[in-house]
Structures are given as structure tokens and as C-alpha cells.
Design a protein around this ligand. Structure first.
Ligand SMILES: N[C@@H](CCC(=O)N[C@@H](CS)C(=O)NCC(=O)O)C(=O)O
Length: 338
């Protein structure tokens, strides 16, 4: 009898714990949309277009996760966050995932209660200067005033690099993105430093005369950018990670938003598994077997997303470089689905 009471109490406690710890996937399904942390507006990666619709390589991560979990890429809400706010928003549960030019670091992966779910853009930190500064190399920046944003990895990287190269500089660190850009445009600093992709975006979309500025040749760090989730929800981590892998795998398999339907009767076992014709991958994550089909059909493969948002089909015109598939000399590689 006493045992029965104990067992009942234990069961109750278990159910309460289960309830309190409903996984992110359940929360998302119940809510009906994904809460996705993005920037306050960063062309090519995450920015609203003229109709107020959020677009970009990072926004495509939000859309891919919405397609995988809810069958509809439009079922996400973009939550604009500046660099300083982003991890607090993730920790507090305000967002389900952070998809916002965020560098993966060991410190962020451990001490911040967050964990990265892949790399969707391999980058490195660089320098943007007005041509009128008459500087051809970062090594000539001794004595410069350098603008950067609070809460970025760029602050530390700049300090380390300057120390190692015997360069003295005056940092101007500002919290709001538009204010840093305005300070730079107004000449309050000589240099803007952040990820090279960010500099390309700022030059094209934020400065009135892009041709008056140049990016210096030096890249001073590794900035692997990727989506982040909270620690402690392995299934959600899998979903976000495999949503990205599905886009990379689709490119490798030659599947695009245009031809995915014709490939539903493909004989290739890898294609059949990815498109859910051979079931299993969806069930393993608690989502529909059409999870990857929905991503490819509605968002496209990684290459399509890259070209449309930041590549040759976009104002940024970034080269694939390290972001090419591993079969084409880049680092983009998806593990197999089987
Ligand atoms: N990759 C770096 C920098 C990323 C970053 O936040 N860059 C700034 C400066 S370009 C930015 O995206 N700001 C946009 C905003 O705050 O909305 C990091 O993870 O710390």
C-alpha cells in the first residue's frame, strides 16, 4: 500500500516534470509558428524587404525549420535582436532558435547555455575603410579609430589581432547597429570591423556611396556563422541541424525547388530517404516524413538560397568560396541520412 502511494506520487512528479519540460517541437506545433531570432536588419542575411517580408540566408534557416516542423515555410515570426540581446532572448525562451550571423565559439557553446546547430556561412573578420583614408592594408591601421558593435566576437578578435601586430587603435563600441553604421558614415571612426560578409552588406545597403569605400584584403579570424538553440533539447537541436543538412544534401544530390517533384520517383536511395519516399528520417525526429521535401520545395537547396540572398543573384555578389560544397573545394558537407 505504502509502495503504491509512493509509485503514484512518483508518477505524478514525472508527469509534472514532463509537462514543465515540453520539448520545443511540441511548443512550436501548439503555437503554430517558429519564433526565430534575427538581426535588426542586415541585407542578404536577415532584413525585411519592401513588403515587410523577412528575407536572407539566415531567414532561410527560420523558413527551413518552419517547413520541417509545420509543413509551411511561412509559419515563422522574425524577432529582431541586436548583437547584445541575442543570447538572452534564446536563454529566456523568447525565441526557439537564433538564426543571425552568429559566430560559433566554445564559450558560447558552453557557458551561455546555448549550442550551435551547424554552420551556414563560413566567414572571417575584416575591415571596411573609406578610400579617402588611403590605406591599402590593415597593417597600416596604427592610430586608427575603429567602429564595432557591442556584444560581438569582433571586439575581442580586434583586440587580440592589434596586440599581436603592435597596432594601437581607439575603439568606438556602440550597441545599436544603425548607430554604428551612422558613426562610420559620418567619419566618427576610420574603420568598421566585423565579419567580411557583414562589411559587404553594410557597404552595399547602408552607405550612400558604396564606391567610396573598400574592404581591406586581410581576414584576421575564423568566423563560422550558424544557427543556435538552447542546450537541453536534443531533438530540437537535431531538427535545426538536419534542416540545414537537408539543404546542403539536396544541393549535392542535384535536388532543387524546381525539380524536387520530378525526383519523387528517383531510384537513388539517398534521394528517396531525403524526400521521405523511404520513410524513417522524419519519424526519428517526430516530424512529417515530408520534412526535407517541404524544405527543398519551399526554401530550396543551400546553393539556391546562397545565390538568391548573398551570391550572384543578389546585390552583395559574394563568391561561394569556403561555402561551396565539399565536392567543389568548399566546406559545405552533410553527413548521410541513413
Ligand atoms: N559574427 C559576430 C558578429 C555578428 C554581429 O552581430 N554583427 C553585427 C555588426 S555587423 C550585426 O550583425 N548587427 C546587426 C544588428 O545588431 O541588428 C558575432 O557573432 O559576434
Amino acid at each position: 500500500m505504502r509502495y503504491a502511494k509512493y509509485a503514484a506520487a512518483a508518477l505524478l512528479m514525472y508527469s509534472v516534470t514532463q509537462l514543465a519540460c515540453a520539448g520545443t517541437l511540441d511548443v512550436v506545433k501548439k503555437r503554430g509558428y517558429v519564433q526565430c531570432g534575427v538581426t535588426t536588419g542586415f541585407a542578404g542575411f536577415s532584413a525585411p524587404d519592401s513588403k515587410g517580408e523577412w528575407k536572407g540566408l539566415d531567414v532561410d534557416m527560420c523558413r527551413a525549420v518552419a517547413a520541417a516542423t509545420l509543413g509551411d515555410a511561412s509559419k515563422f515570426k522574425a524577432v529582431p535582436l541586436n548583437s547584445q540581446q541575442r543570447f538572452t532572448a534564446l536563454q529566456s525562451g523568447e525565441i526557439d532558435l537564433l538564426a543571425r550571423n552568429t559566430t560559433v565559439t566554445q564559450q558560447r557553446d558552453t557557458a551561455l547555455g546555448a549550442i550551435h546547430a551547424g554552420i551556414n556561412y563560413y566567414d572571417g573578420q575584416g575591415f571596411l575603410v573609406p578610400k579617402s583614408l588611403n590605406v591599402k592594408s590593415a597593417k597600416e591601421l596604427d592610430g586608427a579609430t575603429v567602429c564595432m558593435q557591442t556584444g560581438t566576437s569582433n571586439e575581442n578578435t580586434m583586440a587580440d589581432w592589434a596586440r599581436a601586430n603592435g597596432i594601437h587603435y581607439k575603439p568606438v563600441v556602440i550597441e545599436q547597429f544603425n548607430e554604428v553604421v551612422n558613426a562610420f558614415a559620418a567619419g566618427r571612426c576610420d574603420v568598421f570591423t566585423t565579419d567580411a560578409s557583414g562589411l559587404a552588406s553594410i557597404r552595399i545597403s547602408k552607405l550612400s556611396k558604396p564606391d567610396d569605400y573598400m574592404v581591406l584584403p586581410e581576414i584576421i579570424s575564423k568566423e563560422p556563422l550558424g544557427p543556435y538553440v538552447r542546450q537541453g533539447d536534443d531533438n530540437w537541436l537535431n531538427i535545426v541541424q538536419w534542416s540545414l543538412y537537408a539543404m546542403i544534401d539536396a544541393e549535392e544530390l542535384g535536388l532543387t525547388s524546381k525539380n524536387v517533384d520530378q525526383n519523387l520517383d528517383s531510384k537513388n536511395p539517398d534521394v528517396r530517404r531525403l524526400l521521405g519516399v523511404t520513410p524513417g528520417a522524419g519519424k526519428n525526429m517526430g516530424v512529417d516524413e515530408k520534412w526535407a521535401y517541404n524544405i527543398i520545395k519551399q526554401v530550396g537547396n543551400y546553393g539556391e538560397s546562397f545565390e538568391r540572398n548573398v551570391g550572384m543573384g543578389s546585390p552583395l555578389k559574394l563568391q561561394r568560396g569556403l561555402n561551396a560544397l565539399w565536392t567543389k573545394g568548399g566546406l559545405m558537407y552533410s553527413p548521410p541520412l541513413n
